[in-house]
Design a protein around this ligand. Structure first.
Ligand code: ADP
Length: 635
């Protein structure tokens, strides 16, 4: 029989498995039991839906059979089984495996770690076996197939006999070596311990023959009083797991470790969750929810590929793996599950969307997640900051999305850089620091905090003693626009509109000055040939001669964001070049307006170029700009 080769990636993983270090090996059993349980789930689900499989819940179980003589360990289930094609496709390749996706991202990481933390499905059997045989018969089929492999060599598939549906994994356990003990995987007590540790919540009985001893029955009439009782051994089929899913258990029974193990196992995340939310509710709708806030964003989180959703169970039976309707987009990072007593098993995706129960549950979860995040922000600031680094962007998108419908929900969960110091601040903290009489919440945009700090527009506001929020992400200003205000203070960009920072007298003086130089400004605007809407006297600059601002709803930052998007007719900011009347350069300009208007045109270009550079925007003709500056130097 011709041997078939494993797909390249599978082969690599197999090598990893075979050479993995000792302490992680025990997880192979968890992996096989989890597969067996999934296979039973599939068939049980079908049973519940069709009702004509002739099977009932009690018929399902998983058997573990150690055989010391033959040195085999068998894991047997009576689940859905696999066809020949499925055997080849599922066991000949591991393309779907969550851990492999992780591996691609983190190639530098130790292979070993991944095995330990995740497990890698069926392949982990090769950590403890010289060879593995899989005999499987699909439910409703009459023939069975046998898959056999010694690991890296490839595998064979041939017809086999099997009395009933389901799958049997027969592992030829390796011989002990000087360093490594494999006998333990044939020892019922050890196996029992492993099952309890990792697979206790599996919903179907995991059974094994366990050897026990009892006092021998005494023959009638014998004097037994002062004799030591004699013992005999017997075997008894024992159910090893408690079968209560972790989310149905009492919180008090569970340790952080239990939750972490469950989370890693179920959601393929190598990291510990930052927070575990375990709640059960009775009343209008009865459900258990077990939610996790991950510590890191999955690599595809901010891409289209990422699918949000919670697992949905109806009375302990999985009916949907990723139910999107249970989570608002702003909390799409939450992983976990909901088990409801009130949902019908046969409910379709379309019906779920309109299901009243589900809506109630989703509403409650949204509130719950919010309050848990608030608690984390309040009590575990450092953790929250690391959460925010991973998912803050999503919260801001949430504020902006749906026309601001979630802005209220989310506004107090946001963090920003600010001129007040290195620590991130909430809006509430900012508001708490506002001096009497501050009319607006000031912000400035740029790609880094350092850049923003240098912006000439920030100087005067800071000088007045007002704190400025530093917005470094493209979504920030859009989020502010959606919120409009916080605690009745409007958000005000330092680069737009009237900052209204001057006294009445200063204002009057500025207006007079503006009127006095209006011809100069008009001339310069004309010279810039439509690049700016207007040249204007600045009332926001202190020590810099010039800056660029925008009139209207589109800021320069927003223009940059639009520019990076694949759209036609991208909105543009209405650019305004502002000049500082208190700067010596301004004096030069007024003189040139009188004496040398050709030169003034060049200066207008240079100043505009400078203003663009300060904003982090490209000058339109860098060579011309450089030449103009050089010309100044050689005069
Ligand atoms: P994963 O469980 O992450 O999908 P595995 O390598 O453990 O990866 O298994 C691959 C696939 O093989 C499973 O998705 C399932 O379709 C199938 N499979 C594994 N074990 C069984 C089993 N005991 N019964 C039926 N199908 C199984």
């Amino acid at each position: 029989m011709a041997k078939k080769q494993f797909k390249a990636e599978s082969k690599r993983l197999l090598d990893m498995m075979i050479h993995s270090i000792y302490t992680h090996r025990e997880i192979f059993l968890r992996e096989l039991i989890s597969n067996a349980s999934d296979a039973i789930d599939k068939l049980y689900y079908q049973t519940l839906q069709d009702g004509n499989t002739g099977l009932s819940r009690e018929d399902f179980s998983i058997e573990i059979i150690p055989d010391k003589e033959k040195r085999t360990l068998t894991v047997r289930d009576n689940g859905c089984g696999m066809t020949r094609e499925e055997l080849e496709n599922n066991l000949g390749t591991i393309a779907k495996s969550g851990s492999l996706a992780f591996k691609k991202e983190n190639d530098a990481k130790e292979d070993i770690d991944i095995i330990g933390q995740f497990g890698v499905g069926f392949y982990s059997a090769f950590m403890v076996s010289d060879d593995v045989t899989v005999v499987s018969r699909p439910f409703g089929a009459s023939e069975a197939w046998k898959w056999y492999s010694t690991g890296s060599e490839g595998y064979t598939v041939e017809p086999a006999g099997k009395d009933s549906h389901g799958t049997e994994i027969i592992m030829k356990i390796k011989d002990n070596t000087e360093e490594d003990n494999y006998d333990e995987f044939l020892d019922p007590w050890r196996l029992r311990g492993i099952v309890k540790k990792y697979s206790d919540y599996i919903r179907y009985p995991i059974r094994m023959d366990v050897e026990k001893s009892r006092p021998k029955a005494q023959p009638e009439g014998e004097e037994a009083k002062d004799k030591e009782p004699e013992y005999e051994t017997y075997t008894e089929k024992e159910t090893l797991n408690s079968m209560v899913p972790i989310w149905r258990k009492n919180k008090s029974e569970l340790t952080h470790e239990d939750y972490c193990n469950f989370y890693r196992d179920k959601f393929f995340d190598y990291n510990e969750p930052l927070r575990v939310i375990h709640s059960s509710t009775e009343g209008a709708s009865t459900y258990n929810a077990l939610l996790f806030i991950p510590g890191k964003a999955p690599f595809d989180y901010y891409s289209r590929e990422y699918e949000k959703g919670l697992q949905l169970y109806s009375n302990g039976v999985l009916i949907m793996d990723k139910c999107p309707d249970l989570l608002p987009d702003c909390f799409s990072f939450v992983r976990g599950l909901v088990d409801s007593q009130d949902l019908s098993l046969n409910i379709s995706r379309e019906m779920l969307q309109h299901d009243r129960q589900l809506k109630i549950i989703a509403g409650r979860l949204e509130k719950k997640i919010k309050s848990e995040l608030e608690a984390m922000l309040r009590d575990e600031r450092e953790k929250y900051v690391s959460f925010f680094q991973a998912f803050g962007r999503q919260l801001k998108f949430g504020v902006y999305g749906d026309y601001g419908a979630h802005a209220d929900l989310l506004k107090d969960l946001l963090l920003f850089h600010s001129s007040a110091g290195k620590e991130l601040t909430t809006l509430a903290e900012y508001a708490g620091r506002m001096p009497e009489g501050q009319k607006a919440i000031y912000y400035a945009c740029g790609d880094t905090v350092e850049h923003i700090e240098q912006l000439p527009q920030t100087e005067l506001v800071r000088d007045k003693g007002y704190e400025i929020l530093y917005l470094t992400e493209d979504v920030d200003e859009f989020a502010f626009q959606a919120m409009r205000q916080y605690q009745e203070k409007p958000f005000q960009s330092v680069s737009a509109g009237d900052l209204d920072l001057e006294s009445e007298e200063e204002k009057k003086q500025a207006e007079e000055q503006a009127a006095e130089h209006k011809d100069l400004f008009a001339f310069m605007a004309e010279a810039l040939g439509g690049k700016v809407k207007e040249v204007r006297l600045s009332r926001r600059l202190k020590s810099h001669p010039v800056c660029l601002t925008a009139d209207g709803a589109i800021s320069l930052e927003m223009e940059k964001v639009f520019a990076s998007m694949p759209a036609e007719n991208k909105p543009k900011a209405e650019r305004v070049l502002e000049l500082n009347p208190g700067h010596p350069v301004f004096q030069t300009l007024t003189e040139l307006y009188q004496n040398d208007r050709e030169k003034l045109k060049t200066y207008a270009d240079i100043l505009y170029g400078e203003a663009l550079l300060i904003e982090g925007m490209p000058v339109e003709d860098p060579t011309a700009f450089a030449n103009a500056v050089c010309a100044l130097m050689t005069k």
